[in-house]
Design a protein around this ligand. Structure first.
Ligand code: IMP
Length: 437
């Protein structure tokens, strides 16, 4: 079974990092293949909290090689900070981190452009990006003429490239009333310094991964963001700029889909979203605030309060099918424990009719009204549960209904942030549940 993927099924922040960290004991290589420093993965081990943006969550297991693939947009100072902070905490990075020379680099002009884009509403609402330059960097990648890949930073014409791109960017930014102060010399020397520091990690990861998978090495693909933010299949234009659903794994990593044998879909027991765009089950009331507080729903990357709402089985069934998942991993079950009743969205009302599909156009999605099913809460602390039998009857009922509506078995349940607070309902996902080094 060489390839397994972990994919977020909602709008990101589904606690994928925790699951990846737990699963790494069964894999040789962990691969990040899309997104960039917009992602934020938190892994909690005892009293230690690790916040990672770029480096795959497998880095906490010293036996695993971690790969940042070609589909990622790389922010050099961010990844260098992560490397430094892991090294200071005694976590070896040099031996087990590899970054693709094909990955595109986020430059200061991308950050300035992101601000300009974000200040301009799209469809009457700001996208609310993470301001990490992600959209502008991917746009330049597709446009090609203003793009710089990591491998380009080691070539003699790097300085010339920076100068010519800056000339174009200054014009664009000035026209857009943005900050157009860009100093070519300064940027070149700063990024040449980053390139030197990154040199030991940079290589042809596509080649490396193809060799590894053909040699039957076990690979875990770590998706960033969630499938509803997918550039092609998500709630466009309120999406990120990469394929964050299961369809992005091959393009972003270079590994053909024929090698991917298992897909684990990760969702919260409720829903959250950060940034703009429609969110049918959003709770704009005290219940929404309660879930936000109980779930500590504030962004890892930006600190923004996340919008919270009930579980939406229509959207998760859609993203589960899109990503080809085999099973569900339901996270943050403990957050709902206090509630007297919980709701699940089982359909939408659109133009007076009940529908069971996820509309493709954002205007329709804005208009849908959720149809809810109400389930009595379990009102019992579940944070100490370690097996399915430890969970109260109400929690079982809730999980069984989610599974039935999505059409896939629940194989993992998370009942708290710590590694140990995880229930593996079967051996199908991990051979050693609360493992890790
Ligand atoms: P961008 O990826 O920074 O361009 O942001 C586009 C949209 O995706 C915004 O609504 C962001 O809030 C959202 N987004 C990007 N990355 C994440 C993430 O890791 N978790 C949750 N939302 C994200």
């Amino acid at each position: 079974m060489p390839g397994t993927c972990v994919i977020g099924l909602q709008w990101g922040d589904e606690a994928k990092g925790k699951l990846v960290d737990l699963l790494t004991v069964d894999y040789d290589i962990v691969v990040r293949y899309q997104g960039g420093a917009n992602a934020g993965h938190t892994v909690v081990i005892g009293d230690d909290v690790y916040k990672l943006h770029h480096i795959p969550s497998g880095i906490l297991n010293s036996n695993v090689t971690n790969v940042v693939g070609p589909g990622v947009v790389l922010n050099p100072p961010t990844i260098l900070d992560e490397i430094d902070s892991l090294s200071e905490r005694g976590i070896g990075v040099l031996e087990n981190l590899m970054i693709s020379d094909r990955a595109h680099v986020v430059f200061p002009w991308h950050l300035l452009e992101d601000k300009v884009i974000n200040d301009r509403p799209v469809d009457g609402e700001s996208i609310g990006t993470t301001l990490r330059g992600i959209g502008p960097c991917y746009r330049d990648k597709v446009g090609r003429s203003h793009a710089i890949r990591l491998g380009d930073m080691y070539r003699p014409d790097f300085r010339q490239k920076v100068e010519s791109i800056i000339a174009a960017k200054r014009t664009f930014l000035a026209q857009a009333n943005g900050d157009s102060e860009l100093d070519g010399d300064e940027i070149h020397s700063e990024f040449a310094g980053y390139a030197e520091r990154l040199r030991p990690f940079v290589g042809d990861t596509t080649h490396f991964l193809l060799d590894a998978i053909e040699a039957n090495q076990r690979m875990l693909f770590e998706g960033a963001q969630g499938a509803l933010l997918d550039i092609d299949h998500g709630t466009f234009p309120f999406v990120t700029s990469s394929n964050s659903s299961g369809v992005g794994v091959s393009a972003g990593s270079g590994i053909p889909s024929r090698w991917i044998k298992k897909v684990i879909g990760v969702c919260k027991a409720y829903t959250s979203r950060v940034g703009g765009g429609p969110f049918p089950t959003e709770l704009d009331d005290d219940m929404g605030q309660l879930i936000r507080d109980l779930g500590h729903e504030y962004g890892t990357t930006t600190g923004r309060p996340r919008r919270c709402g009930w579980f939406d089985a229509v959207s998760v069934r859609y993203t589960s099918r899109l990503s080809g998942i085999d099973c569900l991993s339901v996270m943050m079950m403990d957050v709902l424990s206090q509630l007297p009743e919980v709701k699940i969205c089982v359909g939408y009302m659109l133009h007076g009719k009940q529908i069971d599909y996820f509309p493709s156009h954002v205007d329709d999605l804005r208009q849908v009204k959720p149809v809810y099913e109400t389930i009595p809460g379990w009102q019992q602390d579940v944070t100490a549960a370690r097996t399915m039998e430890d969970l109260p009857e109400g929690a079982h009922r809730y999980l069984a209904r989610l599974s039935e509506l999505v059409g896939k078995p629940v194989e993992v349940v998370s009942v708290g942030p710590d590694r140990e607070q995880t229930i593996f309902a079967s051996d199908a996902v991990a051979s050693s549940g609360s493992g890790g080094d």
